[in-house]
Design a protein around this ligand. Structure first.
Ligand SMILES: *Cc1c(COP(=O)(O)O)cnc(C)c1O
Length: 297
């Protein structure tokens, strides 16, 4: 049994009538993002190894994916989040029967508390830096190769680089290692682009973008390693243009995604390449009110 679904792949004439732009609809995963794949897989491995509890410190899509996986596997989940986490996010996690513990004023404090709660019977689920997570995300590329031939490039968002590592792994599995990746971030969350430029890990002092799902201050070392081996083109998009991407997807296909995902859509629509696949990574941290308030700014 897998905890993710096989998602639709949609050729979008409405978003881009003159070039071929295909959307891999990871927003349709049960947890609302691609995280269902890697985190679902990692949770299954840890449950088999005997974990009797899962611990997460993400109030975002990663925490939600852990909560979902825990409910499906009948393993209790604790998600420690900082005071800044929205009521809506906490509600969604509780709706998956997970326990939400509010601790500290920043993610770092919540994370510390979460680590203290990890014991021999429980497993901590990292949001992006875990080989099992990359293995799970890689299934996305296997589905692409079942449905069509190789594209000119694949466009994807990068936060901590878990999705990126998984996609590189999937490309190797299906023999598409020459397919370039367009790796998209927003200004103020561009820890991957900066690391590629410097050819070493860069720690951002703070995250200033509204695309909070991309807000890893430092990417996984393995993301940088894999970018050195795989043709990778970093692109950095403004918050306003990321929000514009959300609006375009909403109007074309009536689907609402986070700016973390809108950034990839905008980058794809700006690319001169004629045959692209965009990973619609999704995300539940968005609403019609939020989209409108971002548009006003
Ligand atoms: C987690 C997430 C990302 C970034 O993924 P990484 O694996 O951290 O690079 C992008 N978009 C959404 C919606 C996410 O939930």
């Amino acid at each position: 049994m897998s905890l993710h679904i096989k998602t639709p792949l949609l050729a979008s004439r409405r978003l881009c009538p003159d070039r071929s732009v295909w959307l891999k609809l990871e927003n349709t995963q049960p947890s609302g993002s691609f995280k269902a794949r890697g985190i679902g897989y990692a949770c299954q491995v840890y449950a088999k190894q005997g974990a009797r509890r899962f611990v997460s410190s993400s109030g975002g899509n990663a925490g939600l994916a852990v909560a979902y996986a825990g409910r499906m596997l009948e393993v209790p989940v604790v998600v420690v989040v900082p005071e800044t986490t929205t009521e809506r996010a906490k509600e969604l996690i509780r709706f998956e029967n997970a326990e939400v513990v509010v601790h500290g004023s920043s993610w770092a404090e919540a994370h510390e508390e979460a680590m203290q709660r990890v014991d021999r019977e429980s497993a901590y689920l990292h949001p992006f830096d875990d080989p099992y997570i990359w293995q799970g995300h890689a299934t996305l590329v296997e589905e692409l190769a079942e449905e069509r031939g190789r594209p000119d490039a694949i466009v994807l968002s990068v936060g901590g680089g878990g999705l990126f590592c998984g996609v590189v792994e999937g490309l190797r599995r299906v023999g598409w290692s020459d397919v370039p990746l367009i790796a998209v971030e927003t200004e103020g969350a561009d820890s991957f682009a900066q690391a590629l430029e410097a050819n070493e890990l860069i720690a951002l002092e703070s995250i200033s973008s509204i695309a909070t799902s991309l807000g890893a201050k430092q990417v996984a070392q393995e993301a940088l390693n894999r970018a050195r081996e795989h043709p990778t083109h970093p692109v950095v998009i403004s918050d306003a243009d990321a929000v514009g991407g959300c609006r375009q997807l909403l109007e074309a296909h009536h689907m609402l995604v986070e700016p973390a995902c809108g950034a990839a859509i905008t980058a794809a629509l700006r690319s001169p390449l004629s045959d692209l696949i965009v990973i619609i990574c999704g995300g539940v941290g968005v609403s019609d009110d939020l989209l409108r308030s971002w548009e006003k700014k």
